[in-house]
Design a binder for this molecule. Structure first.
Ligand SMILES: *[C@@H]1O[C@H](CO)[C@@H](O)[C@H](O)[C@H]1NC(C)=O
Ligand SMILES: *[C@@H]1O[C@H](CO)[C@@H](O)[C@H](O)[C@H]1NC(C)=O
Length: 544
């Protein structure tokens, strides 16, 4: 009997190691220790309390290579709970590491937590951010670059430098003040300005050598507005969007919607002087603008004149630019085979989900909803409730697959979905503002976007050949955006508005992608170091 037990034990341990091995492979480990504190920052000239990582605002960049393991120990020295989430990292089979309310218990003040991440089968440009409360408005974000493995071809020569550009709108009011406004049932005020890498007007300098080519990875880390990015006197060649290598079209300016990331190549081919790097708000009145400096190292002339203007409220040009962004079918992505060898347009969809955003008043307070449901957190992270089979935390099907057009209501909304299904999701926007939607754990194909109401006939205009796969898409006012997505990642995944007030006030839900096989090939067991809270306290994360 004892022998059998020992054998079983041995078997289970081997399985466990196998499962670990399957995820980690022989890929290198990168270790990070991050100390989270409050500190004074002056991004718009007035003193504010910022969230610093190792004393830095923005936080340190993560530079890694496809499949690298990222072991990130986070020490929370704020006087409030804290979590970091990873916009674009897919955490294959490990929604345990996603760092949002629904998957992880908050790291309490004075405690630490170690994320066990892997850049599994991914390349590209992404960012991380604090996911709880309204902390994102205080900083705590940083860039993530995932480089291709050495032997996998990249469709452009290595650039002379690789600059991260974290841009977005900013408020002088602290994150608690903003949260207080939202908690009171009111809308946010108009932002006070824009930042580039945590700095205001001409506060940040990108140095370049004349004649060389540089990669700029631009992410919109803002709270409420789309931005336009451009560089005075220079054009930009788009090469990558959230992990997809694109056709290398040339642009004089590019729109980056909330939560989106893209990479451009810029050749420093102009006379040696300094040039403006410009970010302005899109679809707002007034238009906010800020600048950084592109400094040629052989320049003795500072920036001069007004920064170049860009598109402001016009939507048509943004839509046509979005449609011009295509997959390079012959270029490799994270794997050696060409991106185009995955024929997403030939796969039959098994389900259509239509998601309509709305801004209802509920109990006299401004809320935001999707299919009339305004998300409210429960007392226990949904992933933990699911794992430990704790009833009464959420109900599957608590958000409908289609708009209900009824009054808005509050619920802890979770939609069920089958592992390996191939779904069509339509984001229908009847409001007159641009929306931005993000799906954790996935990359999806943006097959179409257009004005008006989506109908099945809209499918005839889908791009089923060479649209990009990405994780965040915009939806224009009174318009729709359709995506295809292969549900190849088991877990509990957040689908949210990247407009942070909307997200905070309920415009989000969770997609529970479920496999009855219950296999460690599809989903790893709960990590031993998982924090437990709410009704999951007292359960055990250890297998033995
Ligand atoms: C990190 O937290 C764990 C418990 O969650 C604790 O055992 C450990 O001592 C902490 N590490 C440090 C350096 O505080
Ligand atoms: C697509 O990628 C290939 C590399 O496979 C590259 O040679 C080609 O220039 C790219 N095409 C465009 C239009 O960007």
């Amino acid at each position: 009997m004892r022998g059998l037990r020992a054998l079983c034990f041995f078997f289970v341990v081997s399985l466990f190691l196998l499962a670990q091995n399957e995820v980690n492979g022989d890929s290198p480990y990168r270790f990070y220790t991050w100390i989270i504190t409050y500190g004074d920052i002056y991004p718009l000239g007035v003193k504010q309390q910022g969230i610093l990582i190792n004393g830095q605002f923005p936080g340190p960049n993560i530079d890694c290579i496809t499949n690298d393991n990222l072991i990130i120990s986070v020490y929370n020295y704020l006087n409030e709970p804290f979590l970091i989430s990873w916009n674009g990292l897919q955490h294959r089979g490990k929604s345990w590491q996603d760092g949002v309310y629904g998957t992880n218990c908050p790291i309490p003040p004075r405690k630490n937590f170690t994320y066990l991440l892997q850049a599994k089968d991914q390349i590209g440009s992404f960012f991380y951010f604090p996911s709880l409360a309204f902390q994102k408005a205080a900083g705590g974000f940083g860039g993530i670059k995932i480089y291709s493995r050495p032997r996998i071809p990249v469709p452009f020569p290595p650039p002379a430098g690789d600059h991260t550009v974290l841009a977005g709108d900013w408020f002088k009011r602290g994150h608690r003040g903003l949260k207080w406004i939202l908690d009171g049932g009111h809308n946010l005020p108009f932002p006070d300005g824009l930042l580039i890498n945590g700095r205001g007007w001409n506060g940040y300098t990108f140095a370049v050598d004349q004649g060389k080519t540089y990669r700029f990875r631009v992410s919109n880390v803002g709270i409420s507005t789309s931005i336009n990015f451009r560089i005075q006197g220079h054009t930009m060649k788009l090469v990558e969007v959230e992990g997809s290598h694109t056709l290398q079209n040339t642009y004089s300016s590019l729109d980056v919607h909330l939560g989106q990331s893209l990479s451009v190549l810029v050749i420093a081919d102009q006379p040696p002087k300094d040039y403006y790097v410009v970010v302005s708000s899109r679809f707002t009145s007034p238009v906010l603008t800020t600048t950084a400096i592109l400094h040629y190292r052989n320049s003795y002339t500072g920036v001069s004149g007004p920064p170049p203007g860009g598109p402001t409220i016009d939507i048509g040009s943004s839509l046509s630019q979005a449609r011009s962004i295509r997959w390079n079918l012959t270029a490799s992505g994270p794997r050696p085979n060409p991106q185009g060898s995955y024929h997403y347009g030939m796969i039959k969809t098994s389900r259509t989900i239509v998601l309509a955003n709305s801004a209802p008043y509920i109990n006299g307070k401004q809320r935001y909803a999707v299919n009339s449901v305004s998300f409210i957190p429960a007392d226990t992270p949904l992933k933990l409730a699911d794992y430990f089979k704790i009833g009464g935390v959420f109900n599957l099907g608590s958000i409908p697959d289609h708009p209900s057009y009824g009054n808005g209501y509050l619920a802890t909304s979770v939609m069920g979905a089958d592992f390996r299904a191939f779904v069509e999701i339509v984001f229908q926007n009847w409001e007159d503002s641009v929306q931005s939607w993000h799906i954790d754990g996935y990359s999806f194909f943006v097959v179409g976007m257009d004005g008006g109401q989506w109908t099945p006939a809209s499918r005839s205009r889908y791009n089923l050949r060479d649209t990009v796969a990405r994780c965040t898409t915009q939806v224009y006012p009174k318009s729709w955006t359709a995506i295809y997505m292969a549900l190849d990642n088991v877990g509990m995944w957040n689908i949210r508005s990247e407009n942070w007030a909307r997200q905070y006030l309920g415009q989000q839900f969770y997609l529970r992608v479920y496999s009855p096989a219950n296999s460690w090939r599809d989903e790893l067991p709960i990590p031993k170091n998982a924090l437990l809270c709410g009704r999951a306290s007292g359960h055990h994360t250890r297998l033995f």
